[in-house]
Structures are given as structure tokens and as C-alpha cells.
Design a protein around this ligand. Structure first.
Ligand code: SF4
Length: 226
């Protein structure tokens, strides 16, 4: 199978509805669609309007169970990387990440989390030691070069201090998780050079993602959502 491992939203009478696309393959990596919930409302996000990546419809009827993820991870070692992502924030389901992540140890070649960096705010504690137990890599959405623009672009539910909390989360990841990257959308108002300086000061890499202005263009790929 070369493309996707997904389940239909239709299910036999009497059974709970299938969640939708549980996992999908992109460029040799398997992406796990962990949740549809998020603690931000980024202006450039198409989670609500058109939750698609390439050919994949990522709209979830409900969040998938651990068992449903296990069902697509039988051959985890064949993928370049297993990626916890979503059209939502995966750390909202920290217990599930830890459960599946621990099971992937020794089976997956690499395990990455795509996150908005709100995990410590969500749980009210430092969750990086939990994540470091099973992650090889983490991609953290920076999305702005300062707190004012971050709040305007990402509209985080935790308010104006969120940008600093994201930076603090990233600092804690560096040294605990082998590969730490900050990601930023190539938005006309975002100062990419300043983002590069922020990433360098933290000791993280910076990855720039394309900014899509045409929400109906469902053939685009933006695999680092989170
Ligand atoms: S953090 Fe990610 S999933 Fe959440 S609104 Fe922003 S881009 Fe969308």
C-alpha cells in the first residue's frame, strides 16, 4: 500500500461511527491524526473550513482510540518517521501519546511530534520529560517573531503570555529531545530573520512553511500542522 491508511466514516449498523482518517502517509512518513481539538485559532489554518492535506480528508468525527492507532502501526518500522499530528493539538491527548509512543520504542525508526507548543499550559506542568521518553524529534509552531503578532495570528486560548510559554517549551525540549525545530509560516507580516535569531538563541532549527492564501486549494501540502 503506497498512500493512506484510513477508515471510512460510515460504519455497520449498531457500531460506533468510525473516526475518519486515522493515519496517512506522506513522503515515506506515517502521520497520526491524533485530534481535531486545538488551543489556537490560527488565521492561516484551514482546520475548520477545509481540513485536507493533499488527497486526504482529515476531518474527524471523533478522536481516534489507542486501539485504532495500533491497527495502523503494525508495520511502523517501514516508515521513515511516525508523526503525531492532527488538525488540532496532539498534546491535548498526552496520555495517548505516551501510551502509543512507548509502544513504538524499538519498532519505529523515528517518532516526531508536531505541536503548537502549548502543552505545558494545557497540563499546568512541564510535560517535556514525558515526551522525551519516546520522541526523536519535535516541531513547534512559532509562527511569529513577537508576542503581539503571535496573539493576533494564532489567537491562542491562553492569552497574551502564550508566545513566551511556547519559547519556554522549546527551550525545555532542547537538550531533552534530539531534534528540535521551530516552524513558521511564510506570512507577509512575519519577520523570518528575527524568527531565525529566536531559533538560534534557543538552539533549535528553523523550518519555514509556505503560506497558502487560497483556502479552496486542497491539493496543497502543509504537513507540519500543529
Ligand atoms: S495550532 Fe495548528 S491546528 Fe491549531 S489552529 Fe493553529 S495551525 Fe491550526
Amino acid at each position: 500500500m503506497s498512500t493512506i491508511e484510513a477508515t471510512s466514516k460510515e460504519s455497520p449498523a449498531g457500531q460506533a461511527p468510525s473516526p475518519g482518517t486515522v493515519a496517512y502517509e506522506l513522503e515515506g512518513s506515517l502521520y497520526l491524526n491524533v485530534t481535531r481539538s486545538c488551543t489556537a485559532r490560527c488565521r492561516f489554518c484551514y482546520r475548520e473550513e477545509s481540513p485536507r492535506i493533499g488527497p486526504y480528508d482529515l476531518a474527524l468525527v471523533r478522536d481516534p482510540t489507542a486501539e485504532e492507532f495500533r491497527a495502523v502501526l503494525g508495520n511502523a518500522g517501514r516508515y521513515r518517521q511516525i508523526v503525531f499530528c492532527g488538525f488540532g493539538e496532539p498534546t491535548l491527548r498526552l496520555a495517548l501519546l505516551s501510551e502509543i509512543g512507548r509502544e513504538l520504542k524499538g519498532k519505529a525508526r523515528s517518532v516526531r511530534l508536531n505541536t503548537n507548543g502549548h502543552g505545558n499550559l494545557i497540563h499546568g506542568r512541564n510535560i517535556v520529560p514525558d515526551l522525551a521518553g519516546f520522541l526523536s524529534a519535535v516541531s513547534i509552531s512559532l509562527n511569529a517573531h513577537n508576542a503581539v503578532l503571535y496573539e493576533e495570528l494564532c489567537r491562542p486560548s491562553f492569552g497574551p503570555d502564550t508566545f513566551q510559554a511556547v519559547l519556554d517549551f522549546a527551550r525545555k525540549c532542547v537538550g531533552s529531545i534530539p531534534d528540535v525545530a521551530l516552524t513558521v509560516v511564510e506570512h507577509p507580516r512575519v519577520d523570518l530573520e528575527e524568527c531565525g535569531r529566536i531559533a538560534a538563541a534557543i538552539g533549535a532549527a528553523l523550518r519555514v512553511r509556505r503560506y497558502y492564501t487560497h483556502i479552496q486549494d486542497t491539493q496543497r501540502y502543509l504537513p507540519d500542522n500543529g
